[in-house]
Each structure stands twice: as structure tokens, then as C-alpha cells.
Design a protein around this ligand. Structure first.
Ligand code: IMP
Length: 180
């Protein structure tokens, strides 16, 4: 059976809806950053698919970097402290930064990361996120380019995983029975 028609998945946002929305976001990014040579920073691993579509929809010169950060550790819940597992390969002083993330949930990871990047002397730091699970926010994070607001459900697909599975789904889905 194809993973894409797994009966344990309920489609929340179709592939067509995602593609259409990302085209609009890419056009906005291209307009806002024209002449600024922005540096897109993808947050591994979940943002990789959104990032690769968004950057192709933004038809301007831009740079690309990746960061990996630990999230959901027990200590993070209390302190908001996030560990950087893979840092940038370049200095970002004076650069216009667009962080690209899959989903903003509590906001703890992103609020730490955005503050960290600002402290390195970037000219500007903005955020693009495919999904916003706004009901669960603990730290306010401004999302400058947002794909979709979603209800408080655990979602997979389009880069998002459940125990490393489902990242390759071309749509966003809810896992009906996580035990199955
Ligand atoms: P935050 O710090 O709570 O905003 O966590 C953000 C990170 O948690 C995201 O980058 C995802 O890796 C993960 N995450 C949060 N909600 C979901 C979900 O519904 N599905 C998959 N991963 C999620």
C-alpha cells in the first residue's frame, strides 16, 4: 500500500493548497527582499521541503544556510533554553535573515533562535513558517510569512514527522491512531 493513501492518515491540507499558498508566499518574499540578497536559514529537519519550495517560488538572488536545534527536551520546557546542534557556516552581520521553519507550536524554539540570530548583528531577522498551531503558544513569535493556521492536533507530512516517519507525504495530515 502506498504510504500516501495510508488509512491511518486524515488529510488536513492538500498538496494543491500547499503549493498554491507557497507560490503566494514566494512572491511576497521576492517583493519584500528585492535587492537585499537575503539569507534563508532552514531549521533542520522539518523545514526542508517547505524551504525548497519557498526558495524556488522567490525569484530573486538569495543565500541558503541550515541550522539544527534540539527541541522538546525536558529542560527546554522549563527554561526555554535550546541547544544548537548545527550552527551556521557564515557570519550574518549586516545580512537580512529569513528563518524558515515547518511549524510554530509553543514558540519556545523560535523565540530563542530569533533572539540568538539578532544578537549576531543581522540587519533584520524575519520568520517564514508553513504552519501555526496558535492555541499552544507560550512565547509570542511574530510570523512574517505564514502558510496556514491549524488546530491543536499533531500533524505530519511535508517535512513534519512522527518518530521520523511521514516526512515525505506531499500533504499535511493528522495521524488518527499514533499506536498503529
Ligand atoms: P515549539 O518550540 O514548541 O514551537 O516547537 C517547534 C518544533 O516542534 C517544530 O519545529 C517541530 O519539529 C515540532 N512539532 C511541533 N508540533 C508538531 C506537530 O504537530 N508535528 C510534528 N512536529 C511538531
Amino acid at each position: 500500500m502506498s504510504e500516501f493513501s495510508n488509512p491511518n492518515l486524515e488529510v488536513l491540507i492538500s498538496s494543491e493548497e500547499i503549493q498554491q499558498r507557497i507560490k503566494q508566499l514566494g512572491a511576497e518574499v521576492a517583493r519584500d527582499y528585492a535587492g537585499l540578497n537575503p539569507l534563508l536559514i532552514g531549521v533542520l529537519k522539518g523545514a526542508c521541503i517547505f524551504l525548497s519550495d519557498l526558495m524556488r517560488a522567490a525569484e530573486i538572488p538569495l543565500g541558503l544556510e541550515f541550522m539544527a536545534i534540539s527541541s522538546y527536551g525536558a529542560s527546554m520546557r522549563t527554561s526555554g533554553e535550546v541547544r544548537i546542534l548545527k550552527d551556521l557556516d557564515v557570519a550574518i552581520e549586516g545580512r537580512h535573515i529569513l528563518v524558515v521553519e515547518d511549524i510554530v507550536d509553543t514558540g519556545l524554539t523560535l523565540s530563542y533562535l530569533l533572539a540568538n540570530l539578532k544578537s549576531r548583528g543581522a540587519a533584520s531577522v524575519k520568520l517564514a513558517a508553513l504552519l501555526d498551531k496558535f492555541d499552544r503558544r507560550e512565547k509570542e513569535v511574530p510570523i512574517d510569512y505564514l502558510g496556514f493556521k491549524i488546530p491543536d492536533k499533531f500533524v505530519v507530512g511535508y517535512g513534519l514527522d512522527f518518530a521520523e516517519r511521514y516526512r515525505n507525504l506531499p500533504f499535511i495530515a493528522v495521524v488518527k491512531n499514533p499506536e498503529a
